[in-house]
Design a protein around this ligand. Structure first.
Ligand SMILES: Cc1ncc(COP(=O)(O)O)c(C=O)c1O
Length: 395
């Protein structure tokens, strides 16, 4: 039978990148003790008050159809939150609510680009971005994010890749997998380039509330001169330990939202009112769990650095935010995939190969910071032992 070409474009871009995680889960199911540092799920359950809010809302009959933009209470709460945080008026007509950042990014890219267009995207990148861009038919143009610049996107690297087909500069700050946070001056320079070449700026800020102490967060929404070309996407998945609720949104120009509305209606015919109600509560007050995660994740990044950095030639890249740390294993002569596969087999530690996040992380590993301190330390010790055994064998 015949299938649409999108199925070819997405082949290998979905679950295939998570093959090692799937193998680790299968080993666990078969009874093996595995330390799992693969995916980035919050290390605490969704706070009870949000679950209770959703249950109350369901019991109160909030189970009917919604609309393609979002429940009015949530839209108003998000407009108020972004107005307060970004220091300028964000109207209700600038908000769209969809099920999670992932769906938001899908719809935003569908609204902005198509075959023949190019999307400038940092490499390394979050594993689903390639597929998100590919589904539109547009071309992903990787912009190298370099360790020597703390993995922060450099304006010269973007400028060198702009063509007449460039349409979108796709940012992710704080960044997964590198944990880099763009500074205001980075965004100002990238924004000036976007203005000069009439590019949209799409910024995935799902880790905004998980910036480590003393690191300043900045968003393109902070810059009024970028208002007409900026779309920001986020959700409660990370900040409120609620990924299973699938509740996200974007903030953009009113005209952009009006253009995206029929797409959202076509995709979803609206989200669930009871999930909108819990999200309204969540975004109207400081997160009860974000600060604790920030403390624990930054502490575990330090544990990894103290235990692993410099051992057997390994290098630990310390994140500025988020749930992950990176380890450079190129000194072992192995790819990230080969190192991670052997580590799972011999040391029962599951980590993500850097290659799952783009060519820029060949020979690296991504470690999640969501295991308790003692397990994180144990994993680091086993990673060091694995590196030593590889180097010993090579000697
Ligand atoms: C950078 C980034 N964007 C988006 C997502 C997906 O978020 P959501 O659960 O809101 O769809 C993730 C999840 O890991 C992520 O790391």
């Amino acid at each position: 039978m015949r299938y649409a070409s999108v199925t070819d474009r997405l082949a290998g871009l979905g679950g295939a990148k998570w093959a090692l995680h799937a193998r680790a889960r299968a080993l666990k199911a078969a009874g093996e003790e595995i330390i799992e540092l693969t995916i980035g799920e919050p290390d605490v359950p969704t706070p009870a008050r949000f679950i209770e809010a959703a249950a109350r809302s369901m019991a109160a009959g909030r189970t009917g159809y919604s609309n393609g933009r979002g429940e009015p209470g949530l839209v108003a709460a998000l407009a108020a939150r972004y107005t307060a945080r970004r220091g300028r008026e964000i109207g209700r007509d600038q908000i769209m609510c969809l099920p999670g950042t992932q769906t938001v990014l899908y719809a935003v890219l569908r609204t902005l680009v198509e075959a023949g267009d190019e999307v400038l995207i940092g490499d390394p990148m979050y594993a689903t971005y390639e597929g998100l861009i590919a589904q539109t038919g547009a071309l992903a143009v990787p912009v190298p994010l370099r360790p020597e610049h703390g993995f922060r996107m450099q304006v010269a690297d973007v400028a060198a890749r702009i063509t007449p087909r460039s349409r979108v500069l796709f940012l992710n700050t704080p960044h997964n997998p590198t944990g880099a946070v763009l500074r205001a001056e980075d965004i100002r320079a990238l924004g000036a380039l976007a203005q000069a070449h009439d590019l949209w700026i799409l910024s995935d800020e799902v880790y905004e509330d998980m910036v480590f102490p003393n690191v300043p967060f900045a968003s393109p929404l902070d810059f009024p001169e970028l208002a007409e070309r900026t779309v920001v996407a986020s959700s409660i998945s990370k900040s409120h330990a609620a990924p299973g609720f699938r509740s996200g949104w974007c903030v953009g120009p009113a005209e952009f939202c009006a253009r995206m509305l029929p797409l959202s209606e076509t995709m979803l015919f609206g989200s669930q009112p009871f999930i909108a109600d819990l999200t309204e509560l969540a975004v109207s007050e400081p997160s009860p769990v974000a600060e604790g995660m920030v403390q624990r994740f930054s502490r575990r990044a330090a544990i990894l650095a103290q235990t692993l950095d410099g051992v057997g030639g390994l290098r630990v890249h310390r994140p500025e935010a988020g749930m992950f740390a990176l380890v450079d294993v190129r000194a072992t002569g192995l790819s990230g995939e080969a190192f991670a596969s052997g580590l799972l087999d011999r040391q029962k530690v599951a980590v993500m190969p850097g290659e799952s996040f783009g060519a820029g992380l060949q020979g690296w590993l991504r470690l999640s910071l969501t295991q308790p301190d003692d397990r994180t330390l144990e994993a680091a010790t086993r990673i060091a032992a694995h590196a030593a055994s590889i180097l010993g064998n090579a000697a």
